[in-house]
Design a protein around this ligand. Structure first.
Ligand code: SF4
Ligand code: SF4
Length: 362
């Protein structure tokens, strides 16, 4: 299959791994993969086993479900318990455990919670359920936020007043700056996420390169993509160079998707946002602008302000996993009390979650 076979070619993969290993000059290279799908690919294709032990691939906060704060989840449960409200959200959100249950548990107790694949599907549900309120839980990065913006524009234009969005959308670059400045992590570089980059383009990371000065390379999700990016990062780290490069040119352009960027600016305003594990990161939240205020569930239902998460109940160490401070195997619950069938924390729920990827390909 074009764009797959050549990027999974075993000979190319081995050659690239050898090239990377021959470049190793230092005791350790710390490279963070920011995207959950990169984590899954690295494990699925056994890439760590091909690389020198001196190359540490650290999983970052790239799963939107995982980084959504407990406060947001508690407010979502509160919405679900209101019998006049239908809560619509991506299926992964249903199983995330939070103090007081989960959306799935609320559903089994009679709450009307629906799994949808897009904000437009939730809007359609609102059109078909005129006597009820439909609240879409908008989670995700620059990849899913444009879809939410399209639904909000359509709701405003068609005056669908029983539709609203509770936005937990977040943007990636400022979070990378926070991680890049974390002395405890002491990263050498970032493997930048493919889908987010398709929206914000390579230029979307210019501030990261300027402010933290690491090696950052946009990578696709196949083994050759990932190894090419690692090779560039290792070479740059050897000479202490700051680089910002795009290895995923078959999808990502320099300036990204301008139409989606315009739409995001029109509908959302950048505010501070709480990330599980990382706390408040200024300018990373996408809140709904006043012009769309009638469709903002936060205002419509006067939801309490979210607080920064304390440690998760039951001993889950997701916050540490998301910061790259521990690997999932270092959590005592991993693959024992915590499995995809019985997740004790958000990182075991979504396929983009680090604990889930480590579990599936262990
Ligand atoms: S949306 Fe795409 S780029 Fe973003 S974390 Fe998920 S898989 Fe990675
Ligand atoms: S293994 Fe489970 S309990 Fe442990 S950090 Fe991951 S999600 Fe949390």
């Amino acid at each position: 299959m074009k764009y797959v076979d050549e990027y999974r070619d075993v000979n190319k993969v081995k050659k690239l791994a050898d090239m990377i290993n021959s470049q190793v000059r230092r005791p350790v290279y710390k490279i963070m993969e920011v995207c959950g799908t990169h984590t899954a690919s690295i494990h699925k294709f056994g890439l760590k086993s091909l690389l020198s032990k001196k190359i540490e691939l650290i999983s970052g906060p790239g799963c939107p479900v995982c980084v959504t704060s407990d406060g947001y989840l508690k407010n979502s449960l509160k919405l679900a318990k209101n019998r006049n409200i239908i809560v619509a959200t991506y299926p992964d959100m249903l199983r995330v455990p939070v103090e007081g249950g989960s959306l799935e548990a609320a559903r089994s107790e009679g709450a009307d919670v629906r799994g949808v694949n897009s904000a437009l599907e939730a809007l359609d549900l609102a059109v078909r359920s005129a006597k009820r309120e439909v609240v879409f839980l908008g989670v995700g990065f620059e990849t899913t936020a444009p879809g939410t913006a399209i639904a909000l524009e359509a709701a405003k234009k068609d005056k669908i007043r029983n539709f609203s969005v509770y936005s937990a959308h977040k943007t990636i670059p400022e979070a990378l700056i926070a991680l890049g400045r974390d002395k405890g992590l002491a990263l050498d570089g970032f493997l930048l996420p493919g889908h987010v980059s398709a929206i914000i383009g390579m230029e979307g990371y210019r501030s990261v390169a300027k402010k933290v000065g690491l090696a950052s390379v946009i990578a696709g999700f196949e083994p050759v993509d990932i190894l090419l990016a690692i090779l560039k990062i290792v070479k740059a780290a050897n000479v202490g160079a700051t680089i910002l490069e795009n290895e995923y040119t078959r999808i990502v352009t320099k300036s990204g998707n301008k139409q989606a960027q315009r739409l995001l600016k029109k509908v959302f305003i950048q505010t501070d946002s709480i990330w599980r594990g990382l706390g408040v990161i200024s300018g990373t939240g996408l809140s709904i602008r006043g012009a769309f205020g009638g469709f903002d569930a936060n205002k419509k239902f006067e939801l309490p302000k979210e607080k920064v998460d304390k440690a998760l109940a039951g001993g889950c160490l997701c916050a540490e996993v998301l910061k790259g401070r521990i690997t999932p195997q270092q959590c005592p619950l991993f693959a024992k009390r915590c499995t995809p069938l019985s997740p004790k924390g958000p990182c075991m729920v979504s396929r983009e979650g680090t604990c889930r990827a480590y579990f599936e390909f262990r």
